[in-house]
Design a protein. Structure first.
Length: 230
């Protein structure tokens, strides 16, 4: 499958699967995705990382935004390019601290140097232009602000059993449940063609970030990466 990461295609694809997105995400990770998000909140709290103004980028239906409220921030700006995903998020989150907007990673409606933390959960591999997005994240973050990425990265060494599950079983189930012919084929293709975690960290470092902490959540495949703006 050829990857089309244009904003128009990504927006349409997630609009198409929005109604089943939460169910499938939790099912395919055996609900582990919930614990990965909670561990990010714990890490922020335990390390006393400033968290007054936060952007949750590629926010989807808002699972990460909900967790971020536990930090008692002044504001959580929840940005995504899928209108249908954001409509579902508005139903899930009834909190005045969360501001939900249609916005993309390359053009955020935020003043420069005004944000303490940017979080991205399972979204950065879908960005049309990774380096341009990193430059925009750098722009909006305060000095010493944090970019925290939770993502499925490409495996340096392919595990055959895992590859069968991820490239055959999961896309087939995703198509049946979501009734989308492309979304879950795109999922495995986007991961297999994304960067390894170390390649991603190298790109981030060239765009003004320094690695503070890297947490392997699952089989050297799902990582939480904590990057500080220099």
């Amino acid at each position: 499958m050829q990857l089309d990461k244009s904003k128009e295609n990504i927006s349409a694809m997630f609009d198409d699967i929005a109604a089943k997105y939460d169910f499938l995400n939790h099912a395919f990770t055996a609900n582990l995705d919930k614990s990965w998000r909670r561990k990010i909140i714990s890490h922020i709290s335990e390390n006393k990382i400033k968290a007054e103004r936060i952007i949750d980028l590629a926010s989807g239906t808002g699972d990460m935004a909900i967790e971020l409220l536990k930090l008692e921030p002044q504001k959580v700006l929840s940005f995504d390019i899928s209108p249908n995903m954001l409509e579902l998020q508005k139903k899930k989150i009834q909190n005045k601290k969360v501001e939900i907007q249609l916005a993309d990673s390359e053009n955020m409606p935020v003043d420069s140097g005004s944000i303490d933390i940017v979080t991205i959960s399972f979204g950065i591999r879908n960005f049309e232009n990774l380096e341009k997005s990193l430059k925009e994240i750098y722009r909006v973050l305060k000095h010493d602000g944090m970019l925290i990425v939770l993502e499925m990265f490409s495996l340096e060494k392919k595990n055959s059993i895992f590859k069968i599950y991820f490239t055959m079983i999961m896309p087939a189930l995703g198509r049946i449940i979501s009734r989308s012919n492309i979304a879950y084929s795109y999922l495995h293709t986007s991961v297999m063609n994304f960067k390894t975690v170390n390649e991603f960290i190298d790109i981030a470092s060239k765009n003004g970030f320094v690695l503070k902490y890297k947490k392997n959540n699952f089989r050297k495949f799902v990582y939480s990466v904590y990057l500080r703006k220099l």
